[in-house]
Design a protein around this ligand. Structure first.
Ligand SMILES: NC(=O)c1ccc[n+]([C@@H]2O[C@H](COP(=O)([O-])OP(=O)(O)OC[C@H]3O[C@@H](n4cnc5c(N)ncnc54)[C@H](O)[C@@H]3O)[C@@H](O)[C@H]2O)c1
Length: 337
């Protein structure tokens, strides 16, 4: 008998570290983490780390020969800014890597006669508003609106959402017998802010970078303009949304892809919140025209009413609580001892 496990790809990243910690606290199934990077946290008895590439087919075959994968949190990806520098490599990791895992999950679902849950984090980068006028007019964007991404990362995310829907609804639609198909569930995240990790390679990183720089008394130059506005969410809510969507009864889910968010801030409002707690912070605005254009195409806010209605989504941390109760106290402890 194979041991039933949860698989988390990209587990050494920002979300992965927080998710592994939460799942360990719940003490559910044993966890296999798969990441090209080593794990940064101390080993937990419930977690086995496999250091390797999601594109390594032999590694995935070895994994399913030993374990019955029950749920996959597929977090491994090359993020938006990094992906623009190496678009073809991003396509390999973000699309081919996801396709390989979906294929594995599809085969395993049929093999065991029970859907494998496939949880996929997408992003506001899946949206692409054509200009600032439209962005100002259409603030709270719904899932099916403005699906015209302008980055390789955004294209990858949008297409992988469609692949997930295909594998969960239409896979082998011409075969004599309908297979047991995987159970695909996807969240479109806003920019995420963690108190414990500093992001790298994303295009919403200016928010968390301001905060972490000010807490360390380091000067910071924001790569976007003062008026640039996007939605954000604190990391505990990102983890909460992943776990709640995973636990939601299938029959309640009317969609495969859900927006989730907490608060929307312009870059200058973000700076003012940082300065409220770190008044010595030296934050200036030195917009990078090209990265700015990417953020300008992202929505100012997300409409997450479908998630609220179908699986009771609501963030624990609004703007005030995010700064006052989660980010600032933990960041202070981290840098100021
Ligand atoms: N952080 C955000 O603000 C945000 C917002 C929206 C969506 N997301 C999505 O959430 C997921 C996790 O994001 P994150 O912020 O933790 O990113 P991250 O960059 O911190 O982590 C990604 C992890 O994937 C791993 N990885 C990359 N290529 C790999 C490969 N070929 N094989 C195995 N592992 C590989 C990296 O080593 C890294 O540990 C990603 O899919 C990202 O697109 C993140």
């Amino acid at each position: 008998m194979r041991k039933k496990v949860i698989l988390i790809t990209g587990a050494s990243g920002e979300i992965g570290q927080a998710l592994v910690q939460s799942l360990c606290e719940q003490n559910e199934l044993p966890i296999i983490t798969l990441d090209i990077a080593p794990v940064s946290e101390a080993a937990h008895p419930n977690v086995l780390h496999m250091q390797g590439d999601i594109l390594d087919k032999a590694l995935l075959s070895r994994l399913v020969s030993e374990y019955e994968v029950d749920t996959i949190f597929h977090l491994a990806a090359l993020l938006s800014t990094r992906a623009e520098f190496t678009p073809e490599a991003a396509h390999r990791v973000n699309v081919e890597g996801t396709l390989g895992l979906l294929q594995m999950a599809a085969e395993q679902s049929d093999w065991r006669g029970n859907p494998v849950k496939f949880i996929f984090p997408s992003s506001i980068a899946a949206y692409g508003l054509p200009d600032l006028e439209t962005k100002t007019q259409y603030t709270r964007v719904r899932e099916w609106e403005w699906n015209n991404p302008r980055t390789m990362y955004g294209c990858n995310k949008l297409y992988c959402e469609q692949l997930g829907i295909y594998y969960s609804q239409y896979y082998r639609q011409l075969a004599a017998d309908r297979p047991v198909m995987l159970d695909f569930r996807c969240l479109r995240f806003p920019g995420l802010i963690s108190a414990y990790t500093v992001p790298s390679g994303g295009t919403s990183d200016y928010g968390p970078e301001m905060l972490h720089a000010a807490a360390q008394n380091k000067p910071y130059g924001s790569f976007v303009r003062e008026d640039c506005r996007i939605p954000f969410m604190a990391m505990p809510d990102a983890v909460k949304s992943l776990l709640h969507l995973t636990a939601a009864p299938r029959e309640n889910l009317r969609h495969s892809v859900y927006n989730v968010t907490s608060f929307s801030l312009s870059a200058i409002e973000f700076r003012d919140w940082v300065l409220k707690y770190f008044p010595e912070g030296q934050i200036t605005f030195q917009p990078d025209e090209k990265r700015q254009a990417i953020v300008d195409s992202w929505p100012a806010d997300l409409d997450d009413s479908a998630a609220q209605r179908d699986w009771g989504w609501s963030p624990d941390y609004n703007l005030e609580r995010s700064f006052g109760e989660y980010l600032v106290p933990n960041i202070r402890r981290r840098y100021q001892g």
